[in-house]
Design a protein around this ligand. Structure first.
Ligand code: GLN
Length: 482
């Protein structure tokens, strides 16, 4: 088996046809990790023994003809998703030795299917960043050019899938952290509708924005993972209850009209990235889609709004890491000193920056000027999206305005934030979106992947998959893959 091209769908067929066992498949991945991860550093920890045990169980399920879509499929899990008994550190010194006491709902669902967990993947600390450079344990590298970042924050998960070190992966996306690393590494990433996948057992960064999602080599693979983890969960109060919601309004609708927010594409995007995007639009047009210009005036404020709401929620959520209840604890004479010493030693620079900004925008006297204002504008963004989805079926945008950068090139935090311009509006609105590989550009003689982003109406993942599969077809033809 060639792990660099193998898909979940192909592995499923081969496992059920007994062409190889789940144990063979898992061993092949563990071998690939041994060979390649010294260079890439996608994993913070690999679970050889338990992965093999899970694979053996999967083989028994297959022998009993009880296999489900992900039975025996080796997956990687982002380090902020809890697996009972396993360390989950959010790539932070604060939680370096923290062991989860329960399974996240997505993990329980995958365990029930007999999936195999290869290990936990690197990320930016507490899912804050865009490159994995904020990991307390060193960055991951982009498999297409190891002098460049894999994107973030789910950079380890995307790099593992791209380098053939996992068949698929779980990530989390608060402002682009599944889509952007997927674009940078040339794989498919899905950020589901807010509430479509349970957040129970996901370490909270910004709770009103966070969502667990899927990374795979193909649209079909991302869909298979999504189908396995989606669903109502009473342990997550923001989970979509199918009985009470209007989920299904869009369901199954075919997507014919795609909207391009032209005014939003004017600044900051590198010319060859824009050219790739336009080329994909042309191909969609010749495949029968109608492409229309749309106006989403509030998008202009999305980045500013995001970088108020995200720090506000992060500062609140990270207050629990106080050196008393969880994680790193530094002894000191007074309780105040325990807090200060533990939080100074446990959190990296970007995490501290968000906590400071968040505390500021929530403080009395400033909350009206910043936090409440940002919430009001967020509502306008939601309404803008709802308005355009009355006439069109999906909004399309590049996933990132720039290609993966070289390590250290975005040392200025504001420069890194600016690269999130096309992904953060989606989380503010709570709608689903996908990044699909679509052509390449060249830097320093190396071909780097480009991502095409498709944003759907609330609850319309099914529609996204259809457009995404068309984009995937063009990309496959362009790259001359089988
Ligand atoms: N880059 C964004 C941030 O740093 C998004 C992070 C994410 O989606 N987790 O907030």
């Amino acid at each position: 088996m060639d792990l660099s091209t193998l898909t979940i769908a192909e592995a499923r067929r081969a496992l059920d046809a007994k062409e190889y066992s789940a144990l063979d498949l898992t061993d092949a991945y563990l071998d690939a990790i041994k060979k390649k991860d010294g260079d890439i550093h996608a994993y913070l920890e690999v679970w050889e023994d338990s992965a093999r045990a899970e694979a053996k169980k999967a083989d028994e399920m297959i022998a009993r003809a009880e296999s489900q879509p992900l039975t025996g499929i080796p997956l990687a899990v982002k380090d902020n998703i809890l697996i009972e008994g396993r360390i989950a550190s959010s790539a932070s010194k604060m939680l370096e030795n923290y062991r989860a006491s329960y399974d996240a709902t997505v993990i329980s669902k995958l365990k029930a299917q007999g999936a195999v967990f290869l290990g936990r993947t690197n990320m930016d600390e507490f899912a804050l960043g865009g490159s994995t450079e904020n990991s307390a344990f060193g960055p991951s590298k982009n498999p297409h050019d190891t002098s460049r970042v894999p994107g973030g924050t789910s950079g380890g998960s995307a790099a593992a899938v791209a380098a053939g070190m996992a068949l698929g992966a779980l990530g989390s996306d608060t402002g682009g952290s599944i889509r952007q690393p997927s674009a940078f590494c040339g794989v498919v990433g899905l950020k589901p509708t807010y509430g479509a996948v349970s957040r129970f057992g996901l370490m909270a960064a910004a709770s009103s924005l966070d969502q667990i999602g899927a990374i795979g080599k193909t649209v079909a693979d991302a869909q298979m993972i999504f189908e396995a983890i989606r669903g109502y969960d009473q342990n997550d109060s923001t989970s979509i209850n199918p009985q009470r919601s209007d989920l299904g309004n869009h369901k199954g609708r075919t997507l014919g009209t795609l909207g391009v927010p032209r005014a939003f594409l004017k600044e900051g995007i590198e010319p060859d990235m824009l050219a790739q995007f336009e080329e994909t639009l042309e191909q969609l047009k010749s495949a029968g889609y109608s492409i229309v210009d749309i106006e989403l005036p509030s998008l202009e404020y999305a980045l500013a709004v995001y970088y108020i709401i995200n720090p506000a929620e992060v500062s609140t959520n990270l207050a629990r890491y106080d050196g008393i209840r969880y994680g790193l604890s530094m002894p000191a004479d007074t309780i105040g000193d325990v807090y200060a010493k533990s939080r100074s030693a446990g959190f990296g620079a970007e995490t501290r920056r968000r906590i400071l900004v968040g505390t500021f925008v929530l403080s009395s006297g400033y909350a009206d000027a910043y936090y409440r204002k940002a919430r009001a504008v967020r509502q306008l963004i939601r309404e803008d999206f709802a308005r355009v989805f009355a006439d069109i079926d999906a909004v399309v945008l590049p996933t990132s305005p720039i290609p993966p950068w070289k390590f250290g090139d975005k040392a200025d935090p504001i420069a890194m934030y600016a690269a999130d311009i096309f992904t953060v509006p989606v989380n503010l609105a709570g709608v689903p979106a996908m990044s699909v590989p679509s052509g390449t550009i060249e830097r320093d003689g190396k071909k780097l992947p480009v991502g095409f982003q498709i944003i759907g109406g609330w609850g319309n993942e099914e529609g996204l998959f259809k457009v995404a599969e068309d984009v995937e077809k063009f990309d496959t033809a362009r790259r001359g893959r089988p």
